[in-house]
Ligand binder design. Structure first.
Ligand SMILES: NC(=O)C1=CN([C@@H]2O[C@H](COP(=O)(O)OP(=O)(O)OC[C@H]3O[C@@H](n4cnc5c(N)ncnc54)[C@H](O)[C@@H]3O)[C@@H](O)[C@H]2O)C=CC1
Ligand SMILES: O=C([O-])CC(=O)C(=O)O
Length: 338
């Protein structure tokens, strides 16, 4: 009897795992729309839930005509306030690209005043309606919005550090592309480790660990990886920041999380998570290679050996990162919201 019910439970969880509801909060935005499309193309997604304060249902109607198997539903705030809850209920993965993007001359930190409360309120809804979902935070400044989410979840007693991720995938996507341009190689074959955070000098590429250790002394390349976002902000000239490459990076991260949930072993992505790596320096969150598993973070991989250039970069990273994280934590303490 006991064995039979165990087998039944196992069979149930195996089939339940194949049902993956994925929700995008901010689905009608520059990132949200192409991200939603890429998720619709992912056969691991069975239900796609698209929420935005404007045009959630519109984007959902459009994406729903793509002839893949998943169902799509769109949501926006309604008079009862139920829209967001409905969008989130039962989600396994929630991606959050809601918030404002940069204009030329701004840093990501300049977005804090607007985006902190947007992310706080969405995190509250997640804590209430899908506390066990994997939360993938795209909204900037990631170095601060991820700590805000932790504080929200902690305040509600539902925080699980294995389920909260800052999406830093775009930094490794860029690094591999930029290296391939210099070396004339296939970018998909260039595996570049990038650690730290997701803004300016907190982004630390580790070329010494790649196939091209010589690139570690290429200051121009290092700067291009650290400030790749600015390149796009400048080129878009007031119309926003990276959206298409970010959608690709977000879809890749979501796919990796879903593959790990589905039982695939050895899925590794760089991501900004609560991490022991630099806790001794007062840094709670750090982006490094993370092995993903059915419960989210399986294993945080060590940063590995750094050369002298990278050691210097990391020193600069740690100072800024600490301030960004503390800013997020302090925000929630003095602005708990409703
Ligand atoms: N992590 C990363 O690597 C990257 C992060 N980003 C960040 O992603 C964020 C979004 O960028 P874009 O899509 O270009 O901006 P966008 O302005 O085009 O889209 C944002 C969307 O969020 C929606 N929104 C605003 N408040 C909301 C709320 N309370 N609930 C639900 N939806 C809400 C808006 O209606 C809009 O559709 C920005 O903060 C940007 O800095 C951008 C690129 C890369
Ligand atoms: O640069 C920005 O503001 C958007 C972003 O995070 C990126 O492109 O990496």
């Amino acid at each position: 009897m006991f064995a039979a019910s165990r087998i039944q439970a196992r069979a149930f969880s195996a089939s339940a795992r194949q049902l993956s509801k994925v929700t995008v909060l901010g689905a009608a935005g520059g990132i949200g729309q192409p991200l939603s499309l890429l998720l619709k193309m992912n056969p691991r997604v069975t239900e796609l839930s698209l929420y935005d304060i404007r045009q959630g249902p519109g984007v959902a109607a459009d994406v729903s005509h793509v002839n893949t198997k998943s169902t799509v539903k769109g949501y926006q705030p309604d008079d009862t306030g139920a829209g967001l809850g409905e969008a989130l209920k039962g989600s396994e993965v929630v991606l959050i690209p809601a918030g404002v993007p940069r204009k030329p001359g701004m840093t990501r930190d300049d977005l804090f005043n607007t985006n902190a409360s947007i992310v706080r309120d969405l995190a509250k809804a997640c804590a209430e309606h899908c506390p066990e979902a994997n939360l993938l935070i795209i909204s900037n400044p990631v170095n601060s919005t991820v700590p805000i989410c932790r504080e929200v979840f902690k305040a509600r007693g539902v925080y699980n550090p294995k389920r909260l991720f800052g999406v830093t995938t775009l930094d490794v996507v860029r690094a591999s592309r930029f290296v391939s341009e210099i070396k004339g190689t296939d970018p998909t074959e260039e595996k570049i480790t990038v650690v730290g955070g997701h803004s300016g000098v907190t982004i630390v590429p580790l070329f010494s660990q790649s196939k091209h250790p010589d690139l570690s002394s290429n200051a121009e390349l290092v700067k291009r990886v650290q400030f790749g976002g600015d390149e796009v902000v400048k080129a878009k000239d007031g119309a926003g920041s990276a959206t298409l490459s970010m959608a690709m990076a977000g879809a890749r991260m979501a796919d990796s999380v879903l593959r790990a949930i589905g039982g695939e072993k050895g899925v590794v992505e760089p991501t900004f998570v609560e991490s022991p790596l630099y806790k001794d320096q007062g840094i709670d969150f750090f982006s490094s290679k993370v092995e993903l598993g059915p419960s989210g973070v399986e294993k945080i991989l060590p940063v590995g050996e750094l050369d002298a250039n990278e050691t210097q970069l990391l020193e600069a990273c740690v100072g800024d990162l600490k301030k960004n994280i503390e800013k997020g934590v302090a925000f929630l303490a003095s602005n708990p919201g409703k």
